[in-house]
Design a protein around this ligand. Structure first.
Ligand code: PBG
Length: 327
């Protein structure tokens, strides 16, 4: 050895040494639990492609939210699955629609103990499964969709959401929502912008989770996996439009994007470890091919190390439990 005294391994000699010198660690407060509620269910409904994740009933969702608050999670992100869908996704505007009602129920359960977040997007509510309304040619109509997002945002804020997550990748969605919220007197309702959201094959299991009606893909509005520079443009636009937090999604195949955004963002950065990322690890673990707990911890730590201040993950509650147990 030419530098015999240089031994990085010294800091790896004991668990205590490794713990003390760790550059990053996970905490429950930065984890956000995505949760699904389905209208008309009498029992929670397991999602086959996401072992351990269910479509909730009102009661089971309230329990999950209370547990999340007890565990000290940062937040919960709600997705609703209505029993009736139409071309405009009108159930999203109904104050008693599945998602708006769920927001109210969860707020009454957890108050301000947990940040209650909700998905502002039409894909769960439309009968064609797109994130916006369609024009005569079947193209997703950006500005007609913004009008609906603006009203949806106000309905969700009225229901008590602390933070809204526009996930449809329409141009101008953050500005449209921000303006509508201000006009409606909801100036304290925050927006976590899905700023750099890519068209991804890893959303597959989510489509089952929300009984998606989509045929085809979302490539005319979600970003192309080939593009890195474009993510900065999307983030800058969302910041200019008033985003309080910017998100990168998916996470694991986009850690370079996350690092780029973390390096330039003046607001906190979130990352969404999506359904397919969850299911891949669960499937490999179920086959005995990887150590489940170690793989989960490593995957989320990697997302944090790349620059995320907070992580949406379907393992949020389980992870928080592990973090409490370990020192
Ligand atoms: C759109 C939305 C999607 C996800 C979150 N919000 C689906 C999509 O863009 O196709 C995916 C989340 C996941 O895969 O876990 N409302």
């Amino acid at each position: 050895m030419s530098f015999p005294n240089q031994r990085p391994r010294r800091l790896r000699t004991t668990p205590a040494m490794r713990r003390m010198t760790a550059e990053h660690r996970l905490a429950p407060a930065e984890l956000i639990l995505p949760a699904f509620i389905r209208e008309g269910l009498s029992e929670p409904n397991p999602i086959a492609s996401m072992p351990g994740v269910v479509q909730h009933t009102t009661d089971s969702l309230k329990r999950a939210a209370a547990e999340a608050a007890d565990l000290g999670l940062g937040g919960i992100m709600l997705f609703g699955i209505p029993s009736v869908r139409d071309a405009e996704g009108s159930a999203s505007l109904d104050p008693d629609g599945v998602l708006n009602k769920a927001i109210r129920d969860v707020r009454s359960e957890v108050g301000d103990e947990l940040v209650v977040m909700s998905d502002v997007c039409l894909d769960e509510f439309t009968d064609h499964g797109h994130c916006g309304v369609l024009d005569a040619d079947g193209y997703v109509d950006n500005d007609a969709t913004l009008d609906i997002y603006a009203r949806m945002a106000v309905a969700q804020a009225d229901a008590g959401a602390h933070m809204l997550g526009p996930s449809g990748m329409m141009d101008g969605q953050v500005a449209a929502i921000r303006e509508a919220l201000e006009t409606a007197g909801h100036s304290n309702t925050a927006v976590v912008a899905y700023a750099a959201k890519y068209a991804s094959a890893f959303y597959g299991p989510f489509r089952e989770a929300v009984d998606s009606q989509l045929k085809g893909d979302r490539r005319t509005y979600q970003m192309d996996a080939a593009n890195r520079r474009e993510a900065i443009r999307e983030v800058e636009l969302d910041l200019a439009e008033g985003a309080d937090i910017v998100m990168v999604k998916p996470a694991m195949s986009y850690l370079d994007i996350l690092a780029d955004v973390a390096a330039m963002s003046p607001v906190p950065v979130a990352a969404y470890q999506i359904s397919g990322e969850y299911s891949m690890i669960e499937a490999a673990a179920a086959n005995g091919w990887i150590d489940r707990q170690a793989a989960i911890l490593e995957s989320v730590l990697g997302i944090k190390r790349a620059g995320a201040n907070m992580v949406l993950t379907y393992w949020a509650a389980e992870l928080a439990g592990w973090l409490k147990e370990s020192r």
